[in-house]
Ligand binder design. Sequence first.
Ligand SMILES: [Zn+2]
Ligand SMILES: [Zn+2]
Length: 93
Amino acid sequence: MSEDTFKAYVPLPKNTRAFICANCGGVSLHAEGICKVMGMGTKADWCGSPSLNPPQQCRNRVHTLRFKCKKCGKVSVNPELLCEPVEMEKPKE
Ligand SMILES: [Zn+2]
Ligand SMILES: [Zn+2]
């Protein structure tokens, strides 16, 4: 039952800016990837510090493939925004 870290990606630098979702806390490089843009942050804002909220799927964009970080629990549309991304299970239809 080991989760393999998603490997096919190149991590982005910690000063990379990304959009943050107000509904689920997910992050994305593109505003279209999340349901409600709250603002922007940099990768350094979330990666490295464990998230207080459990990872969750975006409510309005449930069919978008998402990744969660094994270290901080952050959810992202782009694995490049996480330090140890693993693929999240697709929600059941
Ligand atoms: Zn992380
Ligand atoms: Zn969302």
